[in-house]
Design a protein around this ligand. Structure first.
Ligand code: GDD
Ligand code: MG
Length: 337
């Protein structure tokens, strides 16, 4: 018998890694994050002072993805302004715009010609460390048409519940289950591997959902769907609490921040042109990021994580505890946030 680790196999694995394309669903209205999403779409909201999606794109690039298609709907110009053709991030980035929302399934169907072999599809509002190589191995070994990355959460009612059998094949997919319907704690992490054949069932040009339409339909027809549990960091940033949590976690070291170009002064990280009084204090838990040209006066006190956008001013004696302050805001003397 031939060993599994033949050079051909290793070469094939490397090739697969580099051939992967990714479609990212970014067309949602982000209603739960209003009023922030009235001016910017959710995937472009700043997270540690970079458009949220940039973290996801940089991670894809690190794992060998080179071509990405963004399925946009709400405020498409903001995406083009932030990323253009992707060259800044080392990616070939294209856009597929929906003039009216097609839903997660309709967006995938509209991108049919982008699907060449196994293709990665991602929700555009999830911060996660996904091991793509392992995900892909599981997908191939179970010969699935669609594989869903899963994560475990304490309350699955806000997500898509995914129940698998002992081999890892999906038995049930139930979007936003009620408490009575819970049978496990594994949920759809918002990352899928698709074989193009799985798209046949999606009707073209109409509003259609992956979660409420395609996945239950595939299961009903006995087609193979696999679930693969991801153990990496995972957070859907879709609510105010979670948006803040993304910052607290990143500045606390739970997911890797892109630190290029920042200067460190103890727990403070300073971007270009930022000014920090030597008499500003921090309680030592977490880190505080000062964006470009931000200024912090003497006697300002921070505890926990802090993220100040570009040009933010924090006056004397202000107290900030786990705060995200967006670009150009002024925090007055003695203010408590
Ligand atoms: N292009 C496009 N068109 N994208 C859309 C549309 C659309 O009509 N509707 C939603 N999206 C995008 C959103 O921008 C988001 O990135 C993603 O699809 C998921 O939509 P959400 O509205 O954020 O869904 P959710 O958070 O309630 O639930 C989804 O994510 C959970 C994980 O965070 C589902 O996929 C759940 O099953 C999953 O557990
Ligand atoms: Mg979401």
């Amino acid at each position: 018998m031939r060993s599994l680790k033949t050079p051909e196999r290793a070469g094939f694995a490397i090739l697969c890694r580099f051939l992967m394309r990714a479609l990212i669903l970014t067309g949602g209205l982000g209603t739960r994050l209003r009023p922030l999403t009235l001016t910017l779409p959710k995937p472009i909201l700043p997270v540690v002072n970079r458009p949220f999606l940039e973290h996801q794109l940089l991670d894809l690039r690190r794992q060998g993805v080179r071509e990405v298609l963004l399925a946009t709907g709400y405020k498409p110009a903001a995406f083009a302004r932030a990323f253009g053709n992707g060259a800044r991030l080392g990616l070939k980035l294209r856009y597929a715009h929906e003039t009216r929302p097609l839903g997660t399934g309709g967006a995938v169907r509209q991108a049919l010609t982008f699907f060449k072999g196994t293709t990665l599809v991602l929700n555009g509002d999830v911060l996660q460390r996904l091991d793509l190589a392992s995900f892909r191995r599981a997908h191939a070994s179970l010969r699935a048409e669609v594989s869903i990355a899963l994560t475990r959460v304490a309350d699955p009612t806000q997500f898509g519940l995914v129940e698998t059998d002992r081999k890892g094949l999906v038995k049930r997919f139930l979007e936003k289950p009620s408490v009575e319907e819970l049978t496990c704690d594994t949920i759809n992490a918002g990352a899928y591997l698709f074989e193009p054949s799985a798209l046949d069932l999606i009707p073209p040009g109409v509003l259609y959902s992956l979660e409420r339409g395609l996945f239950p339909e595939l299961l009903k027809r006995g087609r193979r769907m696999a679930g693969w549990v991801s153990h990496g960091y995972w957070l859907d940033i879709g609510t105010h609490d979670k948006y803040l949590q993304a910052h607290v976690d990143g500045l606390g070291g739970a997911w890797p921040l892109p630190l290029g170009g920042l200067r460190r002064r103890g727990p403070f990280l300073l971007d270009r042109g930022a000014k920090l009084s030597p008499r500003a204090v921090h309680d030592g838990r977490g880190q505080v990021l000062l964006g470009r040209g931000a200024a912090v006066a003497a006697g300002a006190r921070f505890s926990g994580a802090g993220c100040l956008g570009a040009g933010v001013r924090v006056a004397e004696g202000a107290v900030l505890n786990d705060c995200v302050v967006l670009d150009a805001a002024r925090i007055g003397a003695e203010a408590r946030l």
